[in-house]
Design a binder for this molecule. Structure first.
Ligand SMILES: Cc1cc2nc3c(=O)[nH]c(=O)nc-3n(C[C@H](O)[C@H](O)[C@H](O)COP(=O)(O)O)c2cc1C
Length: 323
C-alpha cells in the first residue's frame, strides 16, 4: 500500500505506533519498524535526556529501518527539561518526531531547522490547522475513542477524521480505536492516509509490559475504560479498575486534584505495570480493547492488518460494486 504517509515517513505499511509513556521503549519501537511500520520511542519514559540518547542508540542496534521519537508536552507543576530532551533527539540524528500536547511551536521550529519530519498529534480540527500553520509535515488526529488524552470536545473518529480531512492539507494519520484491517480501510475511506495505534501495540509480544496487562486487554471488552480528570479539564481515558473508579467517584463528589493526586501518580502506575497488579495504579488503554483478542508479535499483527485491509478492499468492498 502506498500513501502520502508511507512516502513521507519512508515506511512499507501505513501504520504508526504512537508515543506511549512507559511502553514506548526501543524494544517496541524497533519491533514495529522492523515489521514495516513506524515505531516511536517515548522521550519522557527515559529518566533523563542522556538516557534518551542511549535509548535512541540502542534502537539503532535493533533496526536499520526508520523510527521516530515522541515528545509530549503536558502541563506540569515541575515540567521536565523539554529543551534538553529536544536537543538529545536532534543530536542523535532522529529523522522523525511525533509531538503531542500544548503549544508545540518552539519545538516544531527547532526540529524543522534541523530538517526533522514532524507529525503533530492532536484531538481537534482547530488544533490540527494551527499545527499545520506552524509547519508540521503531518497530523495524527486522535478521536474520542483513544487511550490517553482525548481532549474535551468528545468527537469520535467517525466525525473527527473526515472533518479534519476536509480542512487539513498535509497527510493525516487517523488515531484512536484502530486495531485491525477493517479500521485501516475505514481510516483511508474517511480521508486519512494511515493509522496510528497505541493500545493495540500494548498487547504484543514485544511490548515491555507485564503479561497480566496483556491478558487483561484480551479479556476486557470495549466498555472497560474510564474517563478521569474530566472535572479538571485534562481528561484521560484509562483502564477501568479499582483506582480509576475511586478517582471518578471523588471527582463526582467535587474533590480537588490534590485529594486524588496520590492515587494517580505516574510512579504508582509504573509500579503496577512492572508487578502485574492491575489495581495498583492507573494504566492507560482505549476502547479498542474490545477488538483485542490475542497477543501476537508486532510483525504478525502488522502482516495480519495489511492482509485483512487488502481483503476488505478487494473482496468485501469490491464485491458491493455491480460489475
Ligand atoms: C499506555 C499508553 C500510554 C500513552 N502515552 C502517551 C504519551 O506519553 N504521549 C502521547 O502523545 N500519547 C500517549 N498515548 C496515546 C497514543 O500515542 C495514541 O495516540 C493512542 O493510544 C491512540 O488510541 P488507541 O489506543 O485507541 O490506539 C498513550 C497510549 C497508551 C495506550
Amino acid at each position: 500500500m502506498k500513501t502520502r504517509i508511507t512516502e513521507l515517513l519512508g515506511i512499507e505499511h501505513p501504520i504508526v505506533q504512537g508515543g506511549m509513556m512507559w511502553v514506548g521503549t526501543a524494544d517496541l519501537a524497533a519491533a514495529v519498524s522492523n515489521a514495516g511500520g513506524l515505531g516511536i520511542i517515548t522521550a519522557l519514559t527515559q529518566p533523563t535526556p542522556d538516557a534518551l540518547r542511549a535509548e535512541i542508540a540502542r534502537c539503532r542496534t535493533m533496526t536499520d529501518k526508520p523510527f521516530g521519537v515522541n515528545l509530549t508536552i503536558l502541563p506540569s507543576i515541575t515540567p521536565p527539561p523539554y529543551a534538553e530532551y529536544r536537543q538529545a533527539i536532534i543530536d542523535e540524528g532522529v529523522k522523525i518526531v511525533e509531538t503531542a500536547g500544548y503549544k508545540p511551536q518552539e519545538h516544531v521550529d527547532h526540529f524543522k531547522e534541523h530538517g526533522i519530519t514532524v507529525v503533530h498529534k492532536c484531538t481537534a480540527v482547530r488544533h490540527a490547522l494551527s499545527a499545520e500553520r506552524m509547519g508540521v509535515d503531518a497530523i495524527s488526529i486522535d478521536g474520542f475513542e483513544c487511550a490517553g488524552h482525548p481532549g474535551e470536545d468528545d468527537i469520535p473518529g467517525l466525525i473527527l477524521i473526515p472533518a479534519a480531512a476536509d480542512k487539513v492539507k498535509v497527510p493525516m494519520l487517523a488515531s484512536g480505536g484502530f486495531g485491525d484491517g477493517r479500521g485501516l480501510v475505514a481510516a483511508l475511506a474517511l480521508g486519512a492516509e494511515g493509522i496510528n495505534m497505541g493500545s493495540r501495540f500494548c498487547a504484543t509480544k514485544e511490548a515491555p509490559l507485564h503479561e497480566a496487562f496483556k491478558q487483561a486487554m484480551v479479556a476486557n471488552d470495549e466498555r472497560a475504560t474510564d474517563l478521569i480528570f474530566r472535572s479538571y479539564k485534562n481528561t484521560a481515558r484509562v483502564a477501568r479498575n479499582a483506582i480509576s473508579q475511586q478517582v471518578v467517584e471523588n471527582e463526582r463528589a467535587g474533590k480537588p486534584f490534590e485529594e486524588i493526586a496520590h492515587l494517580v501518580k505516574g510512579a504508582r502506575g509504573k509500579e503496577g505495570l512492572d508487578s502485574g497488579d492491575l489495581d495498583h495504579g492507573i494504566w492507560t488503554i482505549g476502547m479498542v480493547q474490545g477488538l483485542i483478542h490475542d497477543v501476537p508479535s508486532c510483525k504478525d499483527l502488522i502482516d495480519r492488518i495489511m492482509a485483512e485491509a487488502n481483503a476488505v478492499i478487494t473482496e468485501r468492498l469490491g464485491g458491493f460494486i455491480k460489475g
